[in-house]
Design a protein around this ligand. Structure first.
Ligand SMILES: [Zn+2]
Length: 252
């Protein structure tokens, strides 16, 4: 009985760790009691909620009803169908994203996948598969993991959709997009992605849900979308953990 009790306690601890990691995801402070996010830290995160631009997911100041498209998307429609993100990319969410990318911290993945599932909900019914933005094999070898792959796996499992990491590959090891202008970002990732040999049929006529950690200008995501559409994909939608939110925007 005592043994069973100890085992049950261990299980509760293990389960609790999944929901509430013992080190804060935001501040990095250890032993904050509740776990990943203290109520104050949770409050610092900005979750994106309606109304958003139907195409890019940018929050809109005024709710003009369903299928509102922002001025930027009207002026230059992106290659994706719709993009949704869970969080505004700001100081609070930056820590989470960088921890995931630089130190491979996995204990918040369950929570992040749940946030992304909620953000992606309007897109799930049409999706045939979930796919992460791939890393170049050399970067994958040196880093040891692809954080977008982890997020995509968590989302696919929760959404009950197949995860495909065998279709798209990164053929150019491009420098980081950080600090580059939108135009330079586009040039930097142009032609960086391609389909693996013999995989065109896997996407032909199918709708792909493409996953990345952060949506900034969308240049990397569009570079991924190009070969997918060329191979006959019916469409590509985007889900990211966080997105950069433009300061001012006009709804039309
Ligand atoms: Zn938009």
């Amino acid at each position: 009985m005592a043994r069973l009790g100890a085992r049950a306690k261990a299980l509760v601890r293990a389960g609790g760790e999944v929901l509430w990691p013992s080190r804060s995801l935001v501040s990095g402070a250890r032993n904050i009691g509740e776990g990943a996010l203290s109520p104050a830290e949770f409050a610092r995160l900005t979750f994106i909620s309606q109304p958003v631009c139907d195409t890019c997911g940018q929050p809109q100041e005024v709710d003009l009803g369903e299928e509102t498209v922002c001025a930027a998307c009207l002026a230059k429609p992106p290659k994706w169908g719709a993009a949704r993100s869970a969080l505004v990319y700001d100081e609070a969410s930056r820590r989470i994203v960088l921890d995931l990318k630089r130190s491979g911290r996995r204990d918040g993945l369950a929570i992040m996948s749940n946030w992304m599932l909620e953000a992606a909900r309007p897109l799930l019914a049409d999706a045939d598969m979930v796919m992460p933005v791939p890393l170049h094999y050399r970067r994958l070898a040196s880093r040891g993991f692809n954080q977008s792959g982890w997020l995509a796996a968590g989302l696919a499992r929760r959404a009950g959709l197949p995860l495909r990491v065998d279709i798209l590959k990164r053929v150019k090891a491009t420098p980081s997009q950080g600090g580059l202008s939108p135009r330079a970002r586009k040039r930097n990732v142009s032609g960086a992605f391609a389909l693996r040999k013999g995989k065109a049929r896997a996407v032909e006529g199918r709708r792909v849900l493409l996953v990345d950690d952060v949506l900034t200008t969308g240049a990397t995501l569009e570079a991924c979308i190009r070969p997918l559409l060329k191979a006959g994909a019916a469409g590509v939608d985007i889900v990211t953990l966080a997105r950069v939110v433009r300061a001012r925007d006009t709804s039309i």
